[in-house]
Design a protein around this ligand. Sequence first.
Ligand code: PLP
Length: 428
Amino acid sequence: MLPRGKSDALFAEALNHIPGGVNSPVRAFRAVGGAPFFVTSAKGAWITDVDGNRLLDYVGTWGPAILGHAYPGIIDAVKAAADRGTSFGIPNPGEVTLARRVKEWVPSIGKIRFCNSGTEACMSAIRLARGFTRRDKIIKFDGCYHGHADSLLVKAGSGALTFGNPDSAGVPADFAKHTLVLPFNDAEAIRAAFAAHGPEIAAVIVEGVPANAGLYLPRPGYYELITQLCRDAGSVFIFDEVMTGFRLAKGGAQERYSLTPDLSCFGKIIGAGLPVGAFGGRTDIMDCLAPLGPVYQAGTLSGNPLAMAAGLAALEALEATKAYERLEQLGLQLEAGMVEAARAAKIPVTWQRIGSMFCGYFTEGPVWNLADAMKSDRARFAKFFHGMLAEGIYLAPSQFEAGFISTAHTPEDIDATVRAAAKVLKTL
Ligand SMILES: *Cc1c(COP(=O)(O)O)cnc(C)c1O
C-alpha cells in the first residue's frame, strides 16, 4: 500500500461538504472499494498526490490529456489568454479560429457551436435533431454514455426492443419513454426499431466507439447500416465523439470508419482539460439553432477565451508532433505485453484496443456489447486495480471504463506497466 494519510484526511473532510466526497461519482472508487487519492499536480504521464506518491496515469483526466498533463504549449496559451481576461460574454477571435480548425479536421462539420461540456453537447444535439425533424423519439444503445441529460440517462431493460426506464431518480418517465434503447452491434434490433417506428425517430445517437462500458468496437458494416437507416427514415445520425474526437485520428472515429454523420458531439480533448464541449454538422440542421432558427441553446461561458486557446493549442500540438502514429505504436506495445502477461498468468482477459484507448475485461470474451461486458469478473478487476495502484500505476477505478495512453508515455513506461501487470496478475 502507498502512503495515503493526507488523502484520507481530505476525503474524510470532503464527505462533510460534498455528497460522497466527490464532484463526479466514478471518482469515489465505489466500483473497486477504498477511497480516492487527492492530486496536487500532474506533469506528462505522471500525477502526484498529496502524500507525495507519483503515479503513472492511464486515466488522463478521462480523456483530455492526450498530450500528457501540463503540456507546455497548452499551459502557455492558457496563461497568455488569462492575461487578456477570463471571459467576455461577446465573441472573441479564438472561437472563429478553433471552429475553422475543427472543420478542417472533421469534414462532416459545416457549422459548429461551442458549449461547456460533453453533456451539454449531446443534450443540445438531441434537442436540435428533435427540433429539425419535429419528431420526439431517439434511439441510443445500452452501455453508451452521452452525459447526464434527462433523455439520455436510460439504459436497456432485458429484451431487444424495450422502451427505456429512467436510469436515475429525478428523470420523469415521460421523458425517458421517448428514448428507445437497443443492444449495440445488433443489426436486427435496429432494423426492427426502424421498421416499427421509423417516421417517429428524430435521431440515433451512438459513441464513436462505445467506451463507457469498458471498450467494444462496431462490427464491420454496423455504422453504415445505422447511417442508411437514418437516411431512409429522415432521422438525424448523431455521432458522439466526446471521447474519440481528436483521439483516434485528426478526424476522430468518423475518419477511421469513413462515416459522414449528420451531427457530431465533441468534448474532452477539444478543451484540453478546460471545460468545453461542442456540437456541429450539417449546415441546414445547425442553422435551426437560435438566433437563426427555433431551437434554443445558449451559454454564459460558451466559447470561453481560455478554453478556446487551450483547445487550439492542443490540436496544433497533435499535428506538429505526429501524435497519432506514436499513440498507435504505444497502444500496440501495451496490447502485446498485456495479452502475453495474462496468458502467462493463465487468467482469462479479453483485451480490447483501438489506437490509444484500451480495456482489459476479465472474461473469456468476445465482447461486442454491454451484455458481453457484464460477464467480466469485477471482483477480480478490483483486485487488479488495487494491485496496480500499489505498483504506482493508476488505471480507471472501474472495469467499465476505457484507459488512455498519452504521447507523454514512453516505451519504457509501457514496459514497466506490463511488468507490473504480469506480477499483479499472478496474485489474482
Ligand atoms: C465523457 C463523455 C460525455 C460527457 O461529457 P462531460 O464533459 O463529462 O459532460 C459524453 N459522451 C461521451 C462519449 C463521453 O465519453
